[in-house]
Design a protein around this ligand. Structure first.
Ligand code: BEZ
Ligand code: FE
Length: 301
């Protein structure tokens, strides 16, 4: 008969779970139990606090729909998504452009556009042009690389927040030319508040955090044989560029539109030039950090 206390219970659980046949699952669950128990001991977790936590996670689960993944949002505001992204970058065979959060507004089925077209259905704000090249880690152009792009409009709203999610706007997919080059027109995005109308928003407010993300443009770039790149470019002059609520900004991803760029493919428009590089894919590359929420719901059904 075991005689368990708040310390010995940890070893008892680990011993029982040691039968898990899948070695990676065994490792992850053992570490999760060790850290969870250590956390409870460190803060001397009371039954009332424990049930508050259970109720909070229940609300997070209830807020998930095919167009909303509240658990990923929770992971984002706790910096876990950024942490997993950084770990993912460290396992790359070759170092390319730094990654950043996929976020909840990515959709699998963006409209395809020809190079140079605008991703905005009816531009109201200041237009800009984005251009650059996609290469491998050695700088060799990746002809035909696909470039998915999505962003907010000049008021800080994604298409999914404006309508019923059926009209794609401010998003599109391009295919690079033979020199790996891309360019497209868009509007200058505005920063925005992450969705704060759910349990994660309640948490952020109780912590007196501002809840904003600096203005950015998302990219998902792919080329056969190369590790998919999920990243975003952040506008330098946004007031929240140093205090992103979800910790997505890295120095190498901060950009400024440039007026009178002599190389801009659309003369007269402020231009952002950014060259992306993709490392080779490893056999066991485990995919992107994040997902289209509809895919997660479909996989759970
Ligand atoms: C976004 O960039 O779209 C985003 C990322 C994380 C949480 C909320 C929004
Ligand atoms: Fe975003």
């Amino acid at each position: 008969m075991q005689d368990l206390d708040e310390n010995t219970v940890t070893d008892a659980v680990l011993a029982q779970m040691a039968t898990t046949p899948d070695a990676r699952m065994r490792e992850i669950m053992a570490a999760a139990v060790r850290h969870l128990h250590a956390f409870a001991r460190e803060v001397n977790l009371t039954p009332a606090e424990w049930i508050t936590g259970i109720k909070f996670l229940t609300e997070v689960g209830k807020a998930c729909t095919p167009i909303r993944q509240e658990f990923i949002l929770l992971s984002d505001v706790l910096g876990l998504s950024a942490c997993v992204n950084a770990l993912h970058d460290k396992t790359a065979l070759e170092h390319g452009t730094q990654s950043s959060l996929l976020g909840p507004f990515f959709r699998q089925d963006a409209p395809e556009y020809a190079l140079g077209q605008s991703i905005v259905q009816a531009p109201h704000g200041a237009e800009i042009v984005m251009y650059g090249q996609v290469t491998d880690a050695a700088g060799k152009p990746l002809a035909g690389a696909t470039v998915d792009v999505w962003q907010t409009d000049e008021q800080g709203a994604y298409d999914l927040q404006l309508g019923n999610g059926e009209t794609a706007d401010m998003r599109g997919r391009f295919r690079c030319d033979d020199a790996g080059k891309y360019h497209f027109r868009t509007v200058r995005p505005l920063g925005y508040s992450i969705p704060l109308d759910g349990p994660v928003g309640d948490l952020v407010r109780r912590q007196r955090r501002h809840g904003h993300r600096p203005a950015h443009i998302h990219f998902l770039i792919g080329a056969p044989g190369h590790r998919e790149l999920v990243t975003a470019l952040y506008l330098a002059d946004d007031e929240h560029v140093d205090s992103d609520t979800v910790f997505g900004v890295s120095r190498s991803l901060v950009v400024s539109p440039r007026a009178n760029d002599p190389n801009a493919p659309v003369p007269g428009l402020p231009a952002i030039r950014y060259d992306f590089s993709l490392g080779r894919a490893a056999d066991n590359d485990t995919g992107r950090v994040g997902a289209d929420p509809a895919q997660i719901v479909a996989a759970a059904d």
